[in-house]
Design a binder for this molecule. Structure first.
Ligand code: SF4
Length: 183
């Protein structure tokens, strides 16, 4: 009887989890989000308007204090729909509702040269390439051409913070500055 081969270092992959700890069962929900990118774009536009209208409330409570509960809701929602990694600088509106942080190479400006012929990832062959999905999702969106905008490098100081609140605070500051100019 042949002796069992010694286990190669690093060859173990925990059940149901990819090499970079992505739950494979989430792929289908991610793909659903991409297929429904237009509806999610519409919904997010309304939702961000509401967050901006509540700027007075966030100010009253304090953005710092609101961060924890809002982040918890954002994490729960976006992890479910997009397998969000909470990078704190959300690009979904410009990436066809496909989270670029799920790219094992962390690419934020399009795919690498290794996309497989079936549209899957070079590093994780069973995962559809997030950038192929991003392009397909963007074609369904009203403002999908923003996928052509160059994304800034990831700011690592923003990890695990609420993108929703940051975008709201920035939009409120812009709105107030425009009002001051108009006076
Ligand atoms: S881009 Fe960042 S915040 Fe947006 S879904 Fe991906 S990890 Fe989450």
């Amino acid at each position: 009887m042949a002796a069992a081969k010694p286990q190669m270092a690093g060859a173990y992959t925990p059940a149901d989890v990819s090499g970079v700890r992505r739950r494979r069962s989430r792929y289908s929900i991610r793909l659903w989000s991409v297929r429904n990118a237009r509806m999610l774009e519409w919904f997010y536009a309304r939702f961000s308007e509401t967050l901006l209208k509540l700027h007075w409330f966030w100010n009253l409570v304090g953005y710092q204090r609101a961060e924890r509960p809002v982040k918890a809701v954002e994490k729960l929602t976006k992890q479910f729909l997009f397998d969000c990694r909470m990078c704190g600088q959300c690009a979904l509106s410009s990436t066809g509702m496909s989270c670029p942080m799920n790219c094992p190479k962390g690419l934020r400006n399009g795919p690498c040269g290794g996309v497989r012929a079936n549209g899957h990832c070079e590093v994780e062959p069973d995962m559809p390439c997030v950038w192929v999905q991003a392009w397909e999702g963007s074609r369904r969106m009203t403002n999908g051409d923003t996928i052509l905008d160059v994304q800034k490098p990831v700011d690592n100081s923003l990890w695990n913070t609420s993108s929703w609140l940051r975008v709201t605070a920035e939009a409120a500051a812009e709105r107030d500055a425009a009002k001051d100019l108009a006076r």
